[in-house]
Design a protein around this ligand. Structure first.
Ligand SMILES: [Zn+2]
Length: 160
């Protein structure tokens, strides 16, 4: 295996779609941590997004089958440390989230240390006149909002 092949393996792993976010790949979310040789094996490590996101097993299975389809025999594992942060979402990933009507999270560095509920910009009209409808989203990762300017409901990623 050459370095070039490792880059190809990373590319295949990164192109797997996130099961919960249509058109957004796990590469867009910054989940692919490393692709390396270890004791004659290829080891791919991924970092799950939000703890408690039920999609973790599905993502592992999807990456394994994408690699198997390319005839690549690799160990695919989740690593929990360092923990994933929304800062790892790529610019392309943020653009795709907006296009899918999901407000991308503000960079975690911009978050106040005291958790203030800053208004989230509406992904459709960019208005900040939005409010959270409830604390419980469809998944552990997203919170439901409604925009008072265009009256559209949308989901926002919780910044981590
Ligand atoms: Zn709006």
């Amino acid at each position: 295996m050459t370095l070039e092949n490792l880059a190809l393996i990373r590319e295949i792993a990164a192109s797997v779609d996130d099961p919960e976010l249509p058109h957004v790949t796990i590469g867009d979310l910054g989940m692919v941590r490393s692709v390396e040789h270890e004791d004659g094996r290829i080891r791919v490590t991924l970092t799950p997004t939000y703890i408690g996101c039920p999609a973790t097993e599905e993502i592992l299975a999807d990456v394994r089958s994408a690699l198997a389809a390319a005839d690549i025999d690799a160990d695919v594992e989740m690593v929990m440390s360092p923990a994933w942060t929304t800062d790892w979402i790529t610019e392309a990933g943020r653009a795709k989230l907006r296009a899918a009507g999901i407000a991308p999270p503000a960079p975690a560095g911009d978050q106040p240390t005291v958790m203030l509920d800053l208004p989230v910009a509406c992904p459709r009209c960019s208005s900040r006149r939005t409010r959270r409808i409830s604390d419980f989203g469809a998944t552990a990762c997203k919170a439901p909002y409604v925009c008072d300017a265009c009256r559209e409901p949308f989901e926002s990623f919780k910044a981590l």
